[in-house]
Design a protein around this ligand. Structure first.
Ligand SMILES: [Zn+2]
Ligand SMILES: [Zn+2]
Length: 265
């Protein structure tokens, strides 16, 4: 089994890669399925990360047919989470009204600001990380309809001192509450291998967080590279696989029509 469940293409405002190029690359890498998960961040402050859903949907459904005998193409989306998006069922209503196979819910914004723009935060790394976990917990409790929480410690990628002010232990009060909430709600934990190329030397979240999730009884782990260009498709998957096995984790989860399926590593 080899699948990538976090992939961006030119339907995301931060990628120029045509869908076909990603799929062709996946076939060359020997993947048996690929889930395209372009960005949609409702109400993102700068106006980026909006999604032309009708055009996107048409394209993915076309490519599913076109490549059916070579690779399974799944229709996914990465939704930005914000606690107020469920007013009038806007968030869950959107997800229900499209035939998605899979949705990643990701926290890209803390109180209106993206940690990617680190200068906009007048706080220490430790304060920013703590606030990020608080907002993540609030989002999980406020929103539903997504299958997986994306890159749980995303904010750490943008620390001024990188991960120096981060460890599972330092934020275990909040991280444990997040993990328990995920398990209780049947939401999977993403292991996002972009952390390897972001210079963290580990995926997001940190291996200690993955271990804790497993020890708390969490069973759903989804692997994704978060590639925005073909050269990063599947990047770090072999390292992530070895890591999971070393933690005693034997299965990963894939989704089709939002139904989970456990696949042996
Ligand atoms: Zn993301
Ligand atoms: Zn992404």
């Amino acid at each position: 089994m080899f699948a990538d469940y976090h992939v961006h293409t030119s339907f995301s405002s931060d990628s120029d890669t045509p869908c076909e190029q990603m799929i062709e690359k996946a076939i060359r890498l020997g993947m048996d399925r690929i889930c395209i998960t372009d960005h949609y961040d409702m109400d993102y402050e700068t106006g980026e990360f909006q999604l032309d859903t009708p055009a996107y949907e048409q394209k993915i459904l076309e490519l599913q047919e076109l490549y059916a005998d070579r690779i399974e193409v799944l229709y996914g989306v990465e939704m930005g989470l914000k606690p107020d998006l469920e007013e009038n069922r806007r968030f869950s209503g959107y997800l229900e009204s499209h035939p998605f196979d899979y949705c990643i819910g990701s926290v890209h914004v803390i109180d209106g600001k993206d940690p990617y723009y680190r200068d906009e935060f007048a706080m220490s790394d430790a304060e920013m990380f703590r606030r990020y976990f608080e907002i993540t917990l609030e989002n999980i409790r406020a929103l539903s309809g997504f299958q997986t929480l994306g890159h749980l410690d995303y904010a750490v990628r943008y620390g001024i001192r990188k991960a120096e002010e981060y460890s599972y232990r330092r934020y275990s009060d909040l991280i444990d509450m997040i993990l328990i909430e995920l398990i209780n709600r049947g939401i999977a934990l993403e292991v996002n291998t972009a952390g390897y190329r972001a210079g963290l030397g580990a995926p997001n979240p940190h291996p200690d967080v993955i271990r804790r999730y497993h020890n708390l009884g969490g069973e759903r782990i989804v692997l994704g590279s978060d590639a925005h260009a073909p050269e990063y498709l599947g990047y770090g998957m072999d390292m992530a696989r070895d890591l999971l096995l070393s933690l005693g984790i034997r299965y990963v989860t894939v989704y089709k029509k939002k139904k989970p399926e456990m696949i042996r590593l």
